[in-house]
Ligand binder design. Sequence first.
Ligand SMILES: Nc1ncnc2c1ncn2[C@@H]1O[C@H](COP(=O)(O)OP(=O)(O)OP(=O)(O)O)[C@@H](O)[C@H]1O
Length: 262
Amino acid sequence: MSFVEITGLSHRFGRDRGGPVLSDVTLSVRRSEFVAVLGPSGCGKSTLLNVLAGLVSPTEGTVTVGDGTVRIGYVFQAPRLLPWRTARRNVEFGLEQTGASRSAVRERAAAALELVHLAEHADKYPNQLSGGMQQRVALARGLAIEPDLLLMDEPFAALDALTRSYLQEELLSLVRRTDSTTILVTHDIDEALLLADRVVVMTQRPARIASIVDVPFGPERSVASLIADERYPELRTSLRELLRPQVTAAAGPSRAQVTADA
Ligand SMILES: Nc1ncnc2c1ncn2[C@@H]1O[C@H](COP(=O)(O)OP(=O)(O)OP(=O)(O)O)[C@@H](O)[C@H]1O
């Protein structure tokens, strides 16, 4: 049975001359499933997450998430921490909104910081933490509320390659330990294949679903097991091929084409 049901979703921002951002997106996501959304820059991926989070009301279509009373965690591209609160107090901030008791808030924040290996940095302020550590605090804040639906918008995009790969593996083991349903927006094919059960490829703006690809790797996967799996390079190549026309169309005609057409 599906947990997230997106039907005929289209969106246009006010009088935006660029036209619609999303066009007729229909997608079902099962409970506990991990779906990665890949697409060209500016096509409307963040808008899709914002609609799912209830931050944007779509101009057309419907979105239902569980029975409508679910808890949603949202991890943004930038950590968006409150600079006057320590790491612990930032994680507690998300929990405070859930109405949990003070002792439950403290306990769950400590456990979430433990999960992302930041327990000993809990009393530091954001400006005393590296970019990777700040993003781990943001991840802990999203996970601490034990979300039914976890939305992540390129959470590792701004990090260096080493920190990114470390956090990707950390996230893989974290999601295995919870039964959250996760939707991750990413530009990174390898990240999508490492983490997701299905990859949704979006077209250029207005974003529609171009393809949905099942990822055959089991829950016990790791970077090493993917590299050793002969299906991995094939899937990687087919996702690249599915994305290529979207990315080239989004970039517009090349200068050479413009000159030739003139
Ligand atoms: N509040 C808004 N008002 C008007 N236009 C907006 C608004 N938010 C986003 N847009 C436009 O909608 C389009 C899609 O934006 P969105 O951030 O959803 O794309 P994206 O696929 O997440 O991009 P990226 O991969 O670069 O993060 C862009 O052209 C953007 O400028």
